[in-house]
Design a protein around this ligand. Structure first.
Ligand SMILES: C[S@@+](CC[C@H](N)C(=O)[O-])C[C@H]1O[C@@H](n2cnc3c(N)ncnc32)[C@H](O)[C@@H]1O
Length: 340
């Protein structure tokens, strides 16, 4: 399969508006190249504690969009025929539309050069290429299978989780997710009501329901998590009544805290970076029932003591500290006499 790459040279301030304008003509999934440093939110979502120093920002941005070519022999006047949104078009037609959109945007903001280059890319499936790195694997007695693979007859007795990583974090391959899965397997009972803070793909909440939990609530900052969770719930036959999803920041938004509810959860699991866990712990302690279990992960090893201190300061008792690779998971309990 071949692809035509449309690459626009612009300025960083115009990135979002151009991506949105081109979305309207069917160009989705921009590849963005710029020298802007990562924001705190991006670091959280990309799960990096310390980002490497990049080059100085020069304000220039390149936005690339890939459109699939129809079979090689389907040429029109020597030009490749493209498939955009399921319909045939040509590179010239797409280029004209892109230029028109850029000129519209230029009317009300600086878009820099706003030039577009068009090139045929290698014979690579840019949209699906990453899938070659994700294959089925097991964690304990759970077999995790991406949506484009099937279980073999030898797996028929295993618990199987079908997962499409899509745009949200959480394939199960990361050490931090695996630490959580092992802890959930140990603590979940048929009575468990679970809160999954930073649910991402929904993997932890979905697995918890498969392990026998009664109900799950997931929260995330990232709106992409909504579609990812819905698709993964469907793929695993999870009843929507059992898993409620909320978008928002439970640390700072009282409305989310109220919706999630107080002293309601037997288990709260949070696989988020250490600095977020430190802030989260004093909040989440109110959502936990007395006797409830708090499972944290996402802690890089040199932040272990920082999170343990935050957990103890919130009045929780540390039960276990587990390690995998350079990552740490701390499991704690809210004791029955806890005053929080
Ligand atoms: C490392 S991912 C974990 C995904 C999945 N739970 C897993 O274990 O694989 C962390 C997730 O936490 C979300 N997140 C970060 N800060 C948050 C906050 N304050 N409230 C809710 N979600 C948050 C991010 O958007 C991201 O989806």
């Amino acid at each position: 399969m071949k692809w035509i790459k449309f690459r626009i040279k612009t300025v960083t301030e115009a990135e979002d508006i151009i991506v949105s304008a081109l979305y309207d003509i069917g160009l989705e999934g921009a590849q963005i190249e710029d020298k802007l440093p990562l924001t705190a939110l991006e670091k959280e979502q990309m799960f990096v504690d310390i980002a490497p120093e990049g080059p100085q920002d020069d304000g220039i941005a390149y936005l690339s969009f890939f459109v699939e070519e129809r079979d090689g022999e389907a040429m029109e006047n020597g030009c490749p025929v493209l498939i955009l949104n399921g319909e045939e078009t040509t590179a010239e037609a797409v280029l004209e539309s892109v230029k028109r959109e850029l000129e519209d945007v230029r009317c009300f903001m600086d878009i820099g050069e706003g030039t577009v280059s068009v090139e045929e890319t290698e014979d690579i499936d840019w949209i699906n290429n990453w899938k070659q790195y994700f294959h089925q694997f097991t964690i304990g007695d759970v077999l995790i299978i991406p949506s484009w693979e099937e279980a073999g007859p030898e797996d028929k007795d295993k618990m199987i989780l079908h997962i499409d990583p899509g745009t949200a974090f959480g394939t199960g391959m990361h050490d931090t997710t695996q630490l959580c899965i092992k802890a959930l397997r140990k603590f979940i009972t048929p009575e468990t009501e679970l809160l999954d803070v930073g649910t991402g793909s929904g993997i932890l909440a979905i697995l918890s329901l498969m392990f026998g939990a009664k109900k799950a609530v997931g929260t995330d900052l990232d709106p992409c998590a909504v579609d990812a969770v819905r698709e993964n719930m469907e793929a695993n036959g999870i009843d929507p009544k059992d898993f409620t999803m909320m978008i928002g920041n439970i640390i700072t938004e009282k409305e989310i805290q109220d919706k999630v509810g107080y002293e309601r959860y037997d288990i709260v699991v949070a696989n988020i970076l250490a600095q977020v866990l430190v802030e989260l712990t004093s909040v989440i302690v109110h959502q936990l029932k007395k006797g409830g279990i708090y499972i944290t992960s996402g802690i890089i090893d040199d932040k272990e003591e920082t999170v343990i201190s935050a957990v103890r300061a919130a009045g929780l008792e540390v039960l276990e500290v587990n390690h995998q690779g350079e990552w740490v998971s701390i499991i704690a309990r809210k004791n029955h006499q806890a005053g929080v």
